[in-house]
Design a protein around this ligand. Structure first.
Ligand code: NAP
Ligand code: G4F
Length: 353
């Protein structure tokens, strides 16, 4: 039985990758950070929480990474942990660089010293292309990071390739374009939109305030992107791949699509506020995954329209389930505004329309 160690197992990708690897018969170990209130709602939603071996570890603590490798003795490591929200990386630039960037060197050092035969996956990002001038980005497109997050990811990407070449380690970087799902964090624009659309459609909220509506992203479904990263570690030789859908849409396209699903005109509800604009924007991303399609035989199947519908439907279902008084694994109570709304609704101070 193959063994895999996933860092960041409590995140969106960690949960989907766990589900995939368990289906493939792996024994799965996952690291999580000790926080005052543990947060396993995604693993619970996918019903994999009781099937995984959890190991406390922090990317900032090399001892804990060594221990995680020792305890799990894995064939494959998927390094998904990162401070993944670009917006916050401008506010917490030093911490972001340490967690998302420098920590990867510590991890590679731990791996090199403990067992250099372990196959290593590094979660690189299309954000590394930054505010580039190219219509489409692939593995040969120059990087031009436009945020502290992207700079840290480019450092991690570079150091992974340096260790691969210097020490003959099987290490791959997946340059993944934006991938979303009902398990996406609510700070990201996709889920911010679908959650607000659900609330507005149920009469729980009146408006949605966003930043730059013109930014364009290549949005895919996280669940199917995880099979691509698994395939990367099954190849004969380690190499980097762009994983994307090849289709781009603007934030306003996403908004329109989401409001259309519940039969509302988005222009009546959406406002913009400069506080949600970034100091430096990545205006356009669109990936070219020809290499992955050819070599990994991987192809995305979920369209933009299907993805938005999947997310809106699930957020509507969640709010309805909550209004019916039923408990279920959910992240809304963890966010200040949603938590306040939930408290007011629970006390009967707000009535839905
Ligand atoms: P996510 O939902 O934000 O999950 C990030 C994970 O990292 C969480 O489990 C988080 O733990 C963990 N983490 C953060 N800081 C940590 C620390 N100091 N020590 C240990 N664990 C820590 O992100 P995701 O969407 O699943 O993305 C997975 C990876 O792919 C990330 O590296 C991200 O940067 C990268 N990526 C994502 C996308 C995308 O569109 N989703 C695209 C390209 C690359 P907590 O639950 O405790 O916060
Ligand atoms: O959803 P976002 O916050 O994702 P972003 O910045 O593209 O980063 C995500 O994808 C990367 C891959 O390219 C990952 F590496 C990274 O970890 C993360 O998963 O923002 C998307 C776009 C941006 O241009 C942003 O300026 O939406 C724009 N936007 C407009 N209004 C907003 C908002 N973004 C957020 N989060 N909130 C808004 O209100």
């Amino acid at each position: 039985m193959k063994k895999a160690l996933i860092t960041g197992v409590t995140g969106q990708d960690g949960a989907y990758l766990t589900e995939l690897l368990l289906k493939k018969g792996y024994k799965v170990f996952g690291t999580f950070r000790r926080v005052s209130t543990p947060n396993f709602w995604r693993l619970q939603t996918l019903d994999v929480f009781n099937k995984i071996n959890l190991i406390p570890a922090d990317l900032l603590d090399m001892g804990s990474l060594l221990e995680a490798i020792k305890v799990s003795d894995p064939d494959e490591i998927y390094n998904l942990a990162a401070s993944s929200y670009v917006g916050t990386s401008f506010e917490e630039a030093v911490g972001n660089s340490e967690i998302t960037g420098l920590a990867v060197t510590k991890f590679l050092e731990a791996l090199r010293n403990q067992n250099p035969n372990i196959r290593f996956y590094q979660a690189s990002s299309s954000e590394m292309y930054g505010d580039n001038k190219f219509k489409v980005q692939n593995e040969t497109t120059p990087f031009l990071p436009s945020s502290p997050y992207a700079a840290a990811k480019l450092y991690a990407h570079s150091i992974t390739n340096i260790y691969k070449k210097s020490y003959d380690i099987f290490a791959c970087c997946g340059i993944l374009f934006n991938h979303e799902s009902p398990l996406r964090g609510m700070e990201f624009v996709s889920r911010k939109i679908t959650n607000a659309v659900a609330e507005i459609s149920l009469g729980l909220k009146k408006e949605l305030v966003l930043g730059n509506l013109k930014a364009e992203r290549d949005w895919g479904f996280a669940g199917e992107f995880m099979s691509a990263i698994h395939l990367m570690l099954q190849q004969d030789k380690p190499t980097d791949y762009v994983i994307s859908t090849g289709v781009s849409h603007s934030v306003s396209d996403f908004v329109k699509e989401a409001f259309d699903i519940v039969g509302l005109n988005w222009k009546k509800y959406v406002k913009t506020d400069p506080k949600f604009f970034r100091p430096l924007e990545v205006r356009h991303l669109r990936g070219d995954s020809k290499k992955a399609i050819k070599e990994l035989k991987w192809k995305p199947k979920v369209s933009f329209e299907k993805l938005v519908k999947m997310m809106v439907d699930e957020d509507v279902r969640r709010w309805k389930t909550f209004l019916d008084g039923k408990a279920f694994p959910w992240d809304a109570p963890l966010y200040p505004n949603e938590s306040r709304l939930i408290t007011r609704l629970s006390k009967g101070k707000i009535r839905k329309n």
